[in-house]
Design a protein around this ligand. Sequence first.
Ligand code: NAD
Length: 472
Amino acid sequence: MHEGSFFAQVNMMFDRAAVYTQHSPGLLSQIKNCNCVYHVSFPLVRDNGEIEVISAYRAEHSHHMQPTKGGIRYAPTVTADEVMALAALMTYKCAIVDVPFGGAKGGITIDRRKYSERELERVTRRFTFELAKKNFIGPGVDVPAPDYGTSAKEMTWILDTYTTITADPLDALACVTGKPVGQGGVRGRVEATGQGTFYGIREACAIVEDMQALGLDEGVEGKRVIVQGLGNVGYHAALYLEEAGALLVGMAEYEGGIYNPDGLRLQDVMEHRCETGSILNFPGATNIEDSAYTLELECDILLPAALEGQIRIDNVHRIQAKIIAEAANGPVTASADQILNEKGILVIPDMYLNAGGVTVSYFEWLRNLSHVRHGRMSRRFEAHNAQRILQVVQNLLEGQQGTPEQRMIKPDLEFGASEADLVQSGLEDTMVSAYHEIHKTARFHATDLRTGAFVSAIDKIAQGYERLGIFP
Ligand code: NAD
């Protein structure tokens, strides 16, 4: 059964939430529609001399805030519809976590495993050039970042190409985020989406009544997790969950899945995959030849972190998880989402849960525009302040014969916050506050978290249009 295109599904979910708002149909339509999509084709001369035509896209969904912001994906699935859907999710995501960008997304329709590094570099540089020609990239215009199939390396090529052609090199560093730290990137960006995903799951699991309704105990510790996709987002989310005491019982990659109800150690599985080229045949685990079937196995938390459309009308009835943590964008179709809600399964929606990436990208963009590392001017000052406080405490302790443990507080406190500390604390604060905001909205309307997240996003975007004075 065809459930409608990805963008149509995002819009169905939007419509479900829009009835809870007070905005006019015209304004809702403006918020929902995609402002512009650029489709470009260009030739790639492959290493063997053959010519191949490459298709690439950039969608800017909403200009109610500028610049627009969103990743660039390399995948065979990339179409105009896919980037429009992903750009729309970016608009709502930025609104939910109060990051002042409109939503955008780009993609190149290629399976990166079939191209050499030099070919990927040529494709990336050419795409950047095409974007610049049409004013679809720039620090105040549209700022890409990594997504599925791309990483800091591609961001470096984008930066280098843009810097070469721009007439305004002063702020050029801010034309793209997710760069390596040595090239204007910010510490913590690589793991940010997975880490933010963990914070979101942790907040959800901390609400006792919600866990009781699912028949689960409070907290992440001991929760059985299945993760689909061990790339940037899936790997880091799984890592933080494991550190917090969750049990990783299942993992799925494109080559198949593995399951062990007693738990799988993430690092061991990654090493096994490095050595053998596959997660299959991991000692002690059962192989699941059809990777998609892994999603249907028993667990408390299912973490889809690969691509969209993984839980659909045809497999939703077989899902056994009590919580679905949408680390990927659009892993649950609109029809499947309704069924999950009816079954009382808690779905933590993508546009909130994977917002850690854009949150830290925002910190990187600010750092690039301010031309100073976060904490550079305050770190020593904080350290001196802490030393002064410690001196007072020390004097008191000496006077009162404090215990050795009390005297041990000094080494922990006498350093100011580093950039990594500031980024992590900004990310945690953002994810925690946003969770409680969407949870409160959902409760107020007696609805699910996704609808709560949409309502919150729609209201903020409407305010953005009001500020622009476009609508009365
Ligand atoms: P990635 O390319 O680093 O990793 C994706 C992983 O999924 C790969 O290991 C791939 O082999 C695996 N995979 C692909 N198809 C699969 C399948 N059918 N079954 C199991 N595994 C499969 O990509 P990523 O950056 O981790 O992105 C994953 C998802 O998270 C995407 O939906 C992306 O849009 C979303 N996201 C990413 C970021 C980010 O900062 N990278 C931010 C927000 C959202």
